[in-house]
Unconditional design. Structure first.
Length: 202
């Protein structure tokens, strides 16, 4: 029965979209800042980066060793972007500030330069994509489309959900506290990426 593996891939992508991480944090901050419709741009550019990553991994199949220093290097650059975002958010004082924190390029690079995501695709997704490919013609590419569809769906759902709480954060004091909290979360994600990279070099 082919419907079951297809639903499994969709569900996997949906769950991955709900996992707290840099993209979800950026979506949350942008939704509170400019509304959930504005945050859809972040989802689109992050999905583009995720799609490029998934196609690269599946095309290369298992030729890439998950322990490769390539992923560790990516993690270092990703951590730098997260640190820069953390500093920008820490300095935000009010919601009327129109400075663009999450530019399209920054969101795309944030998605691409995530070594842990690359490892996840090589170790978890590629084997499943190849298993689906053995059952369905061009199954590996169908896996990517289904996974990304699930990921985008759940991330857009979070956009809308965050938007429901936006009025609560219109108060300047609450907004200031929120951005400081988000900045600290980005700092934690950056430290996690740095530790991942350092372990590979030790």
């Amino acid at each position: 029965m082919l419907l079951l593996p297809i639903l499994e891939v969709l569900f996997l992508g949906f769950l991955c979209g709900l996992i707290p991480g840099p993209v979800v944090t950026a979506v949350f901050a942008e939704t509170i800042r400019h509304g959930w419709k504005a945050a859809r741009r972040i989802v689109a550019w992050a999905a583009f980066g995720e799609l490029l990553m998934s196609v690269t991994c599946v095309a290369a199949l298992t030729a890439i060793n998950p322990a490769s220093l390539v992923f560790s290097t990516l993690s270092f650059f990703g951590a730098l972007i997260l640190l820069r975002l953390a500093w920008s958010l820490w300095r935000v004082q009010e919601i009327q500030n129109e400075e663009s924190l999450f530019t399209n390029r920054r969101v795309f690079m944030l998605s691409i330069l995530n070594g842990m995501a690359w490892i996840f695709w090589v170790t978890v997704c590629v084997p499943q994509a190849m298993a689906l490919d053995a059952r369905i013609p061009a199954g590996r590419w169908l896996f990517i489309l289904l996974f990304e569809l699930g990921w985008v769906t759940s991330t857009l759902f979070l956009c809308y959900l965050f938007g429901l709480f936006r009025p609560y954060f219109q108060n300047r004091k609450k907004l200031h506290l929120l951005y400081r909290t988000v900045a600290l979360l980005f700092l934690l994600f950056a430290c996690k990426l740095l530790l991942t990279g350092l372990r590979a070099y030790s």
